[in-house]
Design a protein around this ligand. Structure first.
Ligand code: UD1
Ligand code: UDP
Length: 371
C-alpha cells in the first residue's frame, strides 16, 4: 500500500481533485489517503469540501485578506515542510497552476518525494497571462515526476519543453466533477428555488471574473461592457455574476454594476448551484479557466475575457471565443451571440475537447502501476 497525499488550496483545485480523491477511496487496499489543504482559499474552498463531503486531514490555513503572492508562497512553503516531514507520503498530488500547486511541488521536491501533476501542460505562451499561473504551471512541470495532460495539445506543450517521461493524456477531471455533481443533483428542486429571482424566459448570461492580470482597467472595462449589455438588452436579458471574494474584484464590480434591475451580483455559488445556473444560461462570459472547460460539457458557448488563453483547445474546437478585455469588443461579441442564431448554434454544437468523465479512473489506474 502507498501513502498518497493530495495537496491543494483553492476552489478550482478542489473541484478538480475531488474526483481523484473519490476514486482513491474506492481502493483502500492500494492507497492510504491523506487530504491536506493549504487554505489559500477559505470560504470558497469550504463550499466545495462541504458539498462533496471531503474532510481534510490537515489544513495549513494560509488565507489572509488581500494576500500577496509573497505571503502564500513563503508561508505555504514553511508550513508544507512541517506537513511533509510529519506525513512522509510516497506521492504528492498537485493540481494545475495555483501558488498552492507550485509551492506544493517545490516542497515535495525538497523532500525528494514523488510528485504527480494533474492538469499538466497548459500554456498560454505569455508569462504574464495568466499571472502568475503560466509560470506556476511551467515550474510545476519541471519539478513533477508524473504529468497528467488533459489533452494531446497539452502533452505536446510538455514535449516541446523536453518533458518526455511519464506524460499521460487523460482528459480533464473537471468533466468527471461535472458528471458526478449532475448525478447528485438529480431529483432535487432546491436549485430552481434558489434562482427564483430569475425570469427564465429571458436569456441568462453567467459571468465570472477574477484574474490578477485583469485588476484595474481591464476589470473595469469588463464591467462597463456588462453594464452596456444589460442596458441594451434590458427587456430580454438577465445577467448573473457570482462575485469572487477578493476585495480587488468586489470593489470595482459593485461600484460599476450594483443597482441595475437585470444585473444580479450574488455570493460565490456552491458548485451544484453554479452548474444549475450554467445549465439554464444562454452563454458564459468569463476569464476563468474552469468555466472554459465546463461550458462545452453543458453545451454553453463561452466568451473568454482575456487576450490569450492556455485552454486553446476550446478556441480551436469552436466551443469558446477569445474576446479580449476591451469594453467594445466584449459588448460586440455578446451582441453577436444574442442576435445571430447561426453563430450561436455553431458554438453550442461544437465538440467538447476536454474529456469524457473517466479521467480520475484513468489517472489512478496509471499511478497504481508506477508508484
Ligand atoms: C487563486 C489562484 C488562481 C485561481 C483562483 C481561483 C494563485 C496565485 N491564484 O486566485 O490561479 O484561478 O484562486 O479562484 O494561486 N478570498 C476570500 N475567501 C476565499 C478566497 C479568497 O476572502 O475563500 C479573498 C481574500 O481576500 C484573498 C483574496 O481573495 O486574499 C485573493 O485570494 P488568492 O487565492 O490570493 O487569489 P485568487 O484570485 O483567488
Ligand atoms: N465556481 C463555483 N461557484 C462560483 C463560481 C465558480 O463553484 O460561484 C466553479 C466553476 O464552476 C469552476 C471553478 O469554480 O469549476 C472555477 O473557479 P475559478 O473561476 O475561481 O478559478 P479558475 O478556473 O479561473 O482557476
Amino acid at each position: 500500500m502507498k501513502k498518497i497525499l493530495f495537496l491543494f488550496g483553492t476552489r478550482p483545485e478542489a473541484i478538480k481533485m475531488i474526483p481523484l480523491i473519490k476514486e482513491c477511496e474506492k481502493h483502500p487496499h492500494l492507497w492510504e489517503l491523506r487530504v491536506c489543504v493549504t487554505g489559500q482559499h477559505k470560504e470558497m474552498l469550504d463550499q466545495v469540501l462541504t458539498f462533496f463531503e471531503v474532510k481534510p486531514h490537515e489544513n495549513l490555513a494560509l488565507m489572509k485578506p488581500n494576500q500577496t503572492l509573497f505571503d502564500i508562497t513563503a508561508d505555504g512553503l514553511i508550513k508544507m515542510a512541517a506537513l511533509l516531514e510529519k506525513e512522509q507520503p510516497d506521492l504528492v498530488m498537485i493540481h494545475g497552476d495555483t501558488t498552492s500547486a507550485f509551492t506544493g511541488a517545490l516542497a515535495a521536491f525538497y523532500k525528494k518525494i514523488k510528485i504527480a501533476h494533474i492538469e499538466a501542460g497548459l500554456r498560454s505562451g505569455n508569462k504574464y497571462s495568466t499571472f502568475p499561473e503560466e509560470v506556476n504551471r511551467k515550474m510545476a512541470g519541471i519539478i513533477a515526476d508524473f504529468h497528467f495532460a488533459p489533452t494531446s495539445n497539452a502533452r505536446n506543450n510538455l514535449l516541446k519543453e523536453h518533458i518526455t517521461e511519464h506524460v499521460y493524456v487523460t482528459g480533464n477531471t473537471v468533466i468527471d466533477a461535472v458528471f458526478l455533481t449532475l448525478e447528485q443533483m438529480k431529483g432535487k428542486d432546491q436549485y430552481a428555488e434558489y434562482f427564483n429571482f430569475l425570469d427564465l424566459r429571458k436569456k441568462i448570461i453567467l459571468i465570472t471574473g477574477h484574474r490578477r492580470e485583469s485588476f484595474g482597467k481591464p476589470l473595469e472595462e469588463m464591467c462597463m461592457a456588462v453594464k452596456a449589455v444589460a442596458e441594451k438588452y434590458a427587456s430580454c436579458v438577465e445577467i448573473v455574476y457570482p462575485v469572487h471574494l477578493n476585495p480587488q474584484v468586489q470593489e470595482p464590480v459593485r461600484r460599476i454594476l450594483e443597482n441595475h434591475e437585470n444585473i444580479h451580483l450574488i455570493a460565490p455559488l456552491e458548485y451544484p448551484y453554479l452548474l444549475w445556473l450554467m445549465q439554464h444560461c444562454y452563454l458564459v462570459l468569463t476569464d476563468s479557466g474552469g468555466l472554459q472547460e465546463e461550458g462545452p460539457a453543458l453545451k454553453k458557448p463561452v466568451l473568454v475575457m482575456r487576450d490569450v488563453t492556455e485552454r486553446t483547445e476550446g478556441i480551436a474546437a469552436g466551443t469558446a471565443t477569445l474576446v479580449g478585455t476591451s469594453r467594445e469588443k466584449i459588448e460586440r461579441a455578446v451582441s453577436t451571440l444574442l442576435e445571430d442564431d447561426i453563430i450561436y448554434q455553431q458554438m453550442v454544437n461544437a465538440i467538447n475537447p476536454y474529456g469524457n468523465g473517466t479521467s480520475a479512473r484513468q489517472i489512478m489506474e496509471i499511478l497504481s502501476g508506477i508508484v
